[in-house]
Design a protein around this ligand. Structure first.
Ligand SMILES: [Zn+2]
Length: 360
C-alpha cells in the first residue's frame, strides 16, 4: 500500500505529501479526527514514504550505531534483519518523491511492522516493553523510554518516526514525559500522535505540534471499504449510514447486526445474550457500548417526536435513563451489565434490539 490506498482523505494526504516533498517535516504532528477514518494508516504511510530508499532525493542512511545493552526498546521490538546494500540510483529510482515505492527493504520492513526506525507506541507495545499485562493507559515509563530512544541515531533510515497511537491513552504525567522529546526534538526525529480529540492533549504538547485534521469518511468510501471487507451488498447502505463517517463505527454496526441475527426473536434472554457478546478488551467493549447507547438515544428521540400519551411518557423516561447510562459508560463500570440494562429498558419502552441497527 502507498498513499493511494488511503481513501477519503485526499486533502490531508496532499498536505502530507507536500511536507515530504519540501523536506520540511515538523518534528511533532498531531493527527486528529473521528475514530476509524484512517489516521493510523496514514501515519504509517507517511513514515514509510519518509524512509523509502528508492526515492530519488534521499541521502544515504547513516551507519547503524552499536547496540545498547540497556535499550529496552531494542529488546521489545522485533529483531531487525541485516541491512541490504543500498540500491543503485537509476531505472529503479522511484519517480514520485512524496510517496513510498512499496518494494525496497525499508518499505517491506515498514509494511511488516519490523522497521527498526519506525516505532508504534501503543498499549500492546507497552505490554511487551514492560513485560506486563496490557492496560488501557500509556505509562510514564514507556514515554521515558521513548524519549531515551529518540536521543539515539536512526539505525538504517534518514528518519526515526514514533507513532503514538491513540495518544489520549497517555495520562498527564506520561504526556509531560513525552513533552521532553518535543521540547528539544533530536534532528531527524518525527513524533506523530493520533488522537480522536486534540483537547485530550495538554496545551504544551498542542503548541509544539503541527495539527493535521482528518475528516469523517464520505458514505461512498465507507460503502467501498465495507464491500472490500465482505459485507453483504444488501447491508452496505445501512452500515455506511450507521458508521456516520467512521469505518470503526461501521464495523461495530456490522458486528451488532451479526450478533442480533444470531438471536431468536422470541428469546426472553436476548438482551443478556447480546450484552454477553461484547469484546473482552475493555476499551473495545466501552466503545461498542457507547455506540449502542448513541444509537438508542437517536432512535428514542425519533420515536419520542412521533409519540403521544403514555408512550411519550415512557420514551421520556427512557431518554433520561439512557443519557444517565451514557454518562456512566465513560467511567470504569461493568459494560455488559450497563448494556443489558439499557436494552431491557428500551425493549420495555417499545424499541426492540433490531430497531437500534435499522437504517434511518
Ligand atoms: Zn520504498
Amino acid at each position: 500500500m502507498s498513499f493511494s490506498g488511503i481513501l477519503g482523505q485526499d486533502r490531508t494526504v496532499g498536505r502530507l505529501r507536500a511536507l515530504i516533498e519540501s523536506g520540511r517535516v515538523p518534528p511533532a504532528m498531531i493527527f486528529h479526527g473521528p475514530p476509524g477514518v484512517g489516521k493510523f494508516l496514514t501515519a504509517l504511510e507517511f513514515a514509510k514514504a519518509l524512509n523509502c530508499s528508492h526515492v530519488a532525493h534521499r541521502e544515504k542512511p547513516p551507519a547503524p550505531p552499536p547496540p545498547d545493552p540497556d535499550d529496552l526498546f531494542a529488546a521489545a521490538a522485533p529483531a531487525a534483519p541485516p541491512p541490504e546494500p543500498e540500491p543503485e540510483p537509476g531505472p529503479e529510482t522511484h519517480a514520485d518523491c512524496s510517496d513510498s515505492c512499496g518494494k525496497c527493504l525499508s518499505c517491506l520492513q515498514a509494511a511488516s511492522g519490523a522497521h527498526p526506525d519506525i516505532r508504534v507506541i501503543d498499549t500492546s507495545f507497552q505490554a511487551a516493553l514492560l513485560e506486563e499485562k496490557e492496560t488501557s493507559n500509556l505509562k510514564i515509563d514507556t514515554m521515558r523510554e521513548m524519549t531515551r530512544w529518540a536521543q539515539q541515531k536512526a539505525m538504517l533510515s534518514p528518519w526515526k518516526v514514533f507513532i503514538v497511537r491513540d495518544a489520549e491513552a497517555m495520562g498527564g504525567q506520561a504526556q509531560n514525559a513525552l513533552l521532553k522529546t518535543l521540547e528539544e526534538p533530536p534532528p531527524g526525529t518525527v513524533v506523530i500522535m493520533t488522537v480522536h480529540r486534540k483537547t485530550s492533549l495538554i496545551s504544551t504538547i498542542l503548541s509544539r505540534s503541527s495539527l493535521i485534521d482528518f475528516a469523517p469518511l464520505p458514505a461512498a468510501v465507507l460503502r467501498d471499504l465495507l464491500r472490500a471487507q465482505g459485507a453483504e451488498p444488501a447491508q452496505t447502505d445501512s452500515l455506511a449510514a450507521l458508521g456516520a463517517g467512521s469505518m470503526e463505527k461501521a464495523a461495530e454496526a456490522a458486528s451488532f447486526l451479526k450478533r442480533v441475527s444470531a438471536l431468536h426473536p422470541g428469546d426472553p434472554a436476548r438482551a443478556f445474550k447480546f450484552a454477553a457478546g461484547l469484546p473482552r478488551d475493555s476499551h473495545k467493549a466501552r466503545e461498542e457500548v457507547k455506540t449502542l447507547l448513541d444509537l438508542l438515544l437517536s432512535r428514542a428521540r425519533l420515536a419520542w417526536r412521533k409519540a403521544d400519551g403514555p408512550a411519550k411518557a415512557r420514551l421520556t423516561a427512557l431518554l433520561r435513563r439512557t443519557l444517565e447510562l451514557r454518562r456512566m459508560s465513560e467511567r470504569n463500570v461493568s459494560y455488559s451489565l450497563l448494556l443489558e440494562t439499557a436494552l431491557l429498558e428500551s425493549e420495555r419502552a417499545g424499541i426492540p434490539l433490531e430497531d437500534l441497527i435499522k437504517r434511518g
